[in-house]
Design a binder for this molecule. Sequence first.
Ligand code: ADP
Length: 518
Amino acid sequence: MRPLRKVLIANRGEIALRIVRACRELGIASVAVYSDADAQAPHVREADEAVHIGPAPAAESYLRGDHLIAVAKQLGADAIHPGYGFLSEREWFARAVCDAGLVWVGPPAEAIAAMGSKTAARTLAISAGTPVVPGTTEPLRDAAEAAEVAARFGYPVLLKAAAGGGGKGMRIVRGAGEIAGALAAAKRESQNAFGDDAVYVEKYIEGPRHIEIQVLADAYGNCVALGERECSIQRRHQKMIEEAPSTAVTAELRARMGAAAVAAARAAGYVNAGTCEFLLDRTGEFYFLEMNTRIQVEHPVTELVMGLDLVQWQLRIASGEQLPFTESPVPRGWAIECRITSEDPANGFLPSTGRIAHLHVPSGPGVRWDGGIEAGSVVGLSYDPMLAKLIVFDRTREAAIRRMERALRELVIDGVETSREFHLRVMADPEFRRGEISIQWLEAKLPELLARKAPPEAVRAAAIAAALLADRDRRARNGGGPRGDGGGASGGGTAPRAPVPAESSWARAARFDGLRSP
Ligand code: ADP
């Protein structure tokens, strides 16, 4: 045991705040770091200490590993938590943190390396007896070899970058005629994104679900699977909505997938929290895709159904604590997470920027908000567009969906376009409600979702907001201002008395409704 006293958080936004909270509950001091763009961010204010680390571009701030280590040493921190993204899966950074005499709140550098390339991870999984998607484990030499391998596995196939991540360097190939061009494109994209053009072949699985298994391993050889997360609601290979458990997973399948994930983690010498991603096909077969060697964005849904705190466990395992259980817990109830992003669904999910003028965060029974924003926050283009995660928990899936609808309706974010209304439309969709989803579902459904009418109450609220705004404009033109003192209606006729905010999100919800091309 080496109890942690002070942890530097090498991240920003909601996950930095999430880690500050876990530290505080464990009695560990936290050090936030921030770029110019984040000086006023909530994670900076909530941490016990905060250090400015550079300008907004991540390469000059959050990605400066050596500088982060120096800051940690200087402030007497004894550990670094990387969160997700940024430096969290860089083997060299994990190694450098340990070489500096600090504790790395994550898996050993060797485990990150073992799972770092998709081809290496596939080889490891095969050795552990974990099923992988049929395909190769060696990079392709040329188009001729690609054609030969694809013919062997049968079209369609997927060309994938060995160094891939975030869906980059992937190409579906449906016939021999397309393969040379697709290979060149995948190589080019991979070279640009990862500085590595190694590309291999996988069988393209039609209509599968993305199901991932959370694992937790301590330094004493205990490794436990914590059930599945259903992450099939994706757009361009990016997850948008996650839930736990999955309607497609029985207790028996959960046990088999859990055992496969634990076997892969053990083969990598895994310690700390990690996630094995699988595709589950329509026949119930599952295939290992990759292991994410860090905390996942969607970890809260597992926390809620399993009744444990994964970020606290990351810190406790890093300080040498042993897991108090060796059997997988049984999920209780249902949890759903919606990623609230500053993107405009009605406009091709174009990133939206601006200053958050007003924020009303949902609350009430079973509602959790993991956010990195507040009123006054400026949303720019330097970082990921995810502003917050809205997570709900209830006894059944149907109840959780209704709770999510209720919470989304309470949410007000004024100043930037967000994915809020999009999530309401998914929640209302009959196929989604029946759990009839796959990784291709959302993209196929999107035109229909975007064309649908806004919920009636949104239209009504928008009409009221529009009337209030028109009235405010009329008063402004007449030289009068809005009145908030309830001082009677003399001269104002039937005009409303309350001051009117800038265009409300309800008004935006109505504008979203058919006024723009998808
Ligand atoms: P990345 O690391 O770039 O996110 P993944 O291997 O995790 O790449 O795949 C991302 C997504 O692409 C998966 O969630 C799934 O939606 C889809 N995908 C990956 N491999 C296959 C496959 N063999 N067949 C069908 N879809 C796939």
